[in-house]
Design a protein around this ligand. Structure first.
Ligand SMILES: *Cc1c(COP(=O)(O)O)cnc(C)c1O
Length: 406
């Protein structure tokens, strides 16, 4: 069996190695390291793929979120609503810009921000909502965009985990995540669904005026050389990273369908167990081609992570067992953001985060990448089931026989 890894980027490189090697040589020969032709070509390719008017590359996904908020002109004290159950970057940039983060609970089945919780948290100071398409699953954009219109709010999509995913509207039409709100941010961190070989990110928007503002912000607030009209930052995607992304982008749909295939195989093996809840791939569209709760025809979930809930208090002991068997896994995320030291706030009531609190205790993510094969999946799921049934294969946790309680 191939070595088990949470993410396998070496295996993935094989098919694109020649393209990338020749691009790297060309970039080095021409010394066009910043803002070279590859950056512009990748930007244009991504605009076409997403069907969005403007892609503005930048240095990483966290910068992309920050710059999106700067571009919208959000002011200190403005309230920005986001999910309690996500990676900290989302809330970090809100706080960094001296905006007021307002964390809200997520939905039980999708782990995504709850529209009901958003509505309850809206005040006259609320200016924006930041839905995160968590683990690659599109958030409920019908409801979120309705709320935004009703309350005159901006929507900033955090698409760092969702690139290539589509949101399917109630009326049957669909649109790529990251192109629905006013502006969106993505990350090209190596392990993301479209990852480079270092740091990278981008901002997407269909608003040309906002795109113009943002293009200045990423470059020290310059719209004309050495004229600094606004306070900006330095945030660039370099040419080497753009070359990797340009080579990978034509394969993104294939990469995502390989992830979906692996997800189906995991779910096939783990469904219907009393201690396991497999990830849902709920969509608004009634899908005809749905197996194991995952649509075959719509890419509403691109499985950045394949995340189980382990019930009955068994998550931590299962994680220990997997560790003892050298089976990689991750707990994303172990602590709700409202409980993190940096983001605690007296406005929060722990009881209002029922789903996040529970998920923090129950989630476990399994290896998920484009190179997983059935043998590896059988090995991983076999160990999980064996452990939950009998306490494992080895002496680390001896199986309990009937009547031998101690
Ligand atoms: C990875 C990630 C980010 C940050 O991206 P970086 O490129 O690492 O800065 C932001 N939000 C979410 C949800 C992420 O998963």
């Amino acid at each position: 069996m191939k070595k088990l890894q949470m993410v396998d980027l070496v295996g993935q490189r094989e098919a694109i190695k020649d393209d990338i090697d020749s691009a790297f040589t060309e970039i080095m020969d021409n010394a066009a390291f910043i803002n070279g032709p590859y950056v512009h070509q990748f930007q244009a390719d991504l605009e076409k793929y997403l069907d969005v008017k403007n892609v503005i590359p930048c240095a990483n996904g966290t910068d992309a979120l920050q710059i999106a908020m700067m571009g919208l002109g959000l002011q200190p004290g403005d309230e920005v609503i986001t999910a309690d159950f996500t990676f900290a970057a989302t809330v970090e940039v809100i706080a960094l810009l001296q905006l007021t983060p307002v964390l809200v609970d997520v939905e039980e089945d999708t782990f995504n921000i709850s529209p009901e919780a958003i509505e309850k948290a809206i005040t006259p100071k609320t200016k924006a909502i930041v839905p995160v398409h968590l683990f690659g699953h599109a958030a409920n954009m019908d409801a979120i965009m309705d709320l935004a219109v009703k309350h005159n709010l901006y929507v900033i999509e955090d698409n760092a985990q969702g690139i290539g995913s589509s949101y399917h509207y109630k009326d049957g039409s669909s649109q790529k995540t990251g192109t629905i709100g006013h502006v969106s941010a993505t990350s090209f961190f190596p392990s993301k669904n479209l990852g480079c070989y270092g740091d990278g990110g981008a901002i997407f928007t269909n608003d040309d005026e906002l795109a113009h503002t943002i293009r200045g912000i990423v470059n020290h607030g310059m719209y004309e050389r050495y004229h600094h009209d606004v306070v900006g930052v330095n945030s660039r995607l370099d040419s080497l990273q753009a070359a990797v992304l340009k080579a990978k982008l034509p394969k993104l749909d294939e990469y995502n369908s390989r992830r979906q295939k692996a997800a189906r195989a995991y779910t096939e093996a783990l469904k219907n167990h009393k201690d396991i809840v497999t990830p849902s791939a709920k969509t608004n569209r009634p899908c005809e081609n749905k197996t194991l709760g995952i649509c075959d025809t719509c890419s509403c979930h691109v499985f950045h992570q394949y995340t189980l809930q382990i019930k009955n208090g068994k998550r931590d002991s299962l994680a220990e067992y997997l560790k003892s068997q050298n089976i990689p896994h991750g707990i994303y995320y172990p602590i709700p953001l409202h409980e993190q030291k940096a983001y605690k706030d007296s406005r929060y009531n722990h009881k209002d985060f029922k789903v996040t609190n529970q998920l923090s205790d129950e989630v476990i993510s399994l290896p998920m990448h484009t190179e997983l094969d059935q043998e590896q999946i059988d090995f991983i799921t076999g160990h999980i089931l064996k452990y939950l049934e009998e306490g494992g294969f080895d002496s680390a946790q001896p199986p309990r026989k009937n009547g031998s309680a101690q």
